[in-house]
Design a protein around this ligand. Sequence first.
Ligand code: BT5
Length: 260
Amino acid sequence: MTQELARAIAAGLSTRRFGRPLYVHERVGSTNDEAAVLAEQGAPEGATVIAAVQTGGRGRRGRVWQSPAGGLWFSVVLRPTLPVGLWPLVGFAGAVGAAVGIEEVTQVPTRVKWPNDVMAGERKLGGVLVEARGPAAIAGIGINANVPVEALAPEVQSTATSLLALLGCPADVAALARALLLEFERHYDLLCADTDALLARWRGRDVTRGRLVHISGAQELDGLAEDVDQTGALLLKTADGVQRVIAGDVSLRVAGASQV
Ligand code: BT5
């Protein structure tokens, strides 16, 4: 099954670096950890690990990322030459690249939500986790491809969706993997060449921009999401003026109604 998937992805992969080499596993703890080991062993930029199932998939701040069979769970070794202050934008490149790739393969309209979500409508279809490992960055992308929503824990079922649920039939995971690797590579290269151009792509798909939002995490804030700055921080217009938010979770608010 993994050999078959590896062959199907490799046939027709048109990236220059991403997915080269490509390691496909049946089951790992976290593909980010597997990719970090490869990075420490000197793997080149683009080396990629995919797993059919993750038993210890994680999101930001150590949160659990549910990774049952049917999903697309992968991590890419990056060796950014960008200033460290711009590394959060690698997550933007991953999210926009994933959104574009999903649309190309499935025609499901996708957007992004600050700082790292891939959205279909107002539901989370996937997420991106970028972790620094010495000079390398490990970029993990998780997409609920052929995952029945019922296979996810009850607490995320009301906020999550999957391509299977949206399409009503399974998506071609190998085609998705190829498209996501290619579009992630393109958007990562765009970031390295022209940060403003990448930010423009982000803005074009951002569900957060112009919305009333609640920020939770290290700080609790309410305000209008005006924009993102050059480093990827969220610019939030609050009663006390514009605040620069560098980390947190965003809940979109509907004026006069409860949070969604
Ligand atoms: C993320 O974190 O959205 C980043 C997810 C990155 C996952 C990939 S899979 C490949 C690689 N290997 C890893 O171990 N990770 C990466 P965050 O924004 O912190 O969102 C986490 C929250 O999303 C959880 O606390 C849940 O509320 C929710 N969640 C968990 N699993 C989900 C799923 N499969 N679909 C939608 N929401 C989920």
